[in-house]
Ligand binder design. Structure first.
Ligand SMILES: [Zn+2]
Length: 306
């Protein structure tokens, strides 16, 4: 997500749980929890094991990261968060990292490479517009906390797969290609079939096609992650209620439809300006939500020369 905004109406097919933010962590599978916070409507995951806990994403500031830690301790005082996983680079998933000072922070190689620059970019946006964002659930105080955060990047990065051993269970991390960003990873708890997909999937808004998205590759990336999912899977999106595999398949198809229209227009030889404004009944999202998707697709796809 960016501070710029989210779009409705919201898809609800195959989603479970309360429609809005909850208080603290809610168990969605055996010793797998999700807390949904009102600022940017972001989800944080928690996986408990014999040898400690994994937190998945850390919210948007040092202050908010500390609140996550308080919520973990409210479940049980002796939980030790040994690992943090960032599903991708965006500030609402990474800026709370510093609150987990005894944990190892894991992320994709590309997050390690881009986090500092992305943090500066986002702080620049907040500096330019330091007010509140009621439609995104944040106050001017939250924005000030974002700006005051000394961003902590990952300690350990990986290219395709990595595993965290919690003694009696493992948590796996997998990269399957570019999509929402160039560093989105899936976090899987194989003994429960819980799968965290970060912003590769959104439930409470349309998928976010930002200026760092890869709209033409996104659907294939999701298809690869879907191999990990079964009918029984609980899939936790970056924003909104947990969903099932059918929801993920449908959102993948919608993203593939966006890519197909962009490719077709690019191959047709028309202008980018026309592509940005021409309606098409096959597009599952409003055109004004797809500006970055179309611009990015235009840059990323060159029609073959005859
Ligand atoms: Zn994001």
């Amino acid at each position: 997500m960016s501070p710029a905004g989210r779009a409705g109406p919201y898809p609800t097919y195959g989603s479970t749980g309360p429609a809005g933010p909850t208080t603290g962590f809610v168990e969605v599978a055996d010793r797998v929890f999700v807390a949904r916070y009102k600022q940017w409507d972001v989800n944080v995951g928690l996986v408990l094991g014999r040898d400690g806990a994994v937190v998945i994403d850390t919210r948007a500031s040092d202050v908010q990261g500390s609140q996550v830690l308080d919520d973990v301790r409210r479940l049980a005082r002796d939980i030790e968060v040994r690992h943090v996983v960032n599903t991708h680079v965006h500030f609402d998933h990474t800026f709370g990292n510093a609150a987990f000072d005894t944990a190892t922070v894991h992320a994709h190689d590309n997050v390690g490479r881009t986090l500092e620059a992305d943090a500066e970019r986002i702080k620049g946006l907040f500096r330019a517009d330091p007010g509140d964002g009621p439609e995104l659930g944040y106050t001017a105080r939250d924005a000030a906390d974002v700006l005051a955060t000394a961003v902590r990047g990952p300690d350990r990065t990986f290219c395709s797969h990595a595993t965290i051993d919690l003694g009696d269970r493992v948590v796996t991390m997998a990269y399957a290609g570019r999509g929402h960003t160039d560093g989105d990873v899936a976090v899987h708890v194989p003994d429960t079939d819980a799968l965290f997909l970060g912003d590769l999937i959104e439930e409470s808004a349309h998928p976010s096609f930002g200026i760092d998205s890869w709209p033409l590759e996104w659907a294939d990336t999701l298809a690869s992650h879907l191999v990990e999912a079964s009918d029984r899977s609980v899939v936790v999106p970056g924003h909104g209620r947990p969903v099932d595999g059918r929801f993920v398949a449908r959102q993948r198809d919608d993203i593939a439809a966006v890519a197909a229209v962009i490719r077709e227009r690019r191959l047709g030889g028309g202008s980018l300006e026309d592509a940005l404004h021409e309606p098409d009944s096959r597009l599952p999202y409003p055109l004004d939500h797809l500006g970055s998707a179309i611009r990015r697709g235009w840059e990323q796809f060159s029609p073959p020369t005859p």
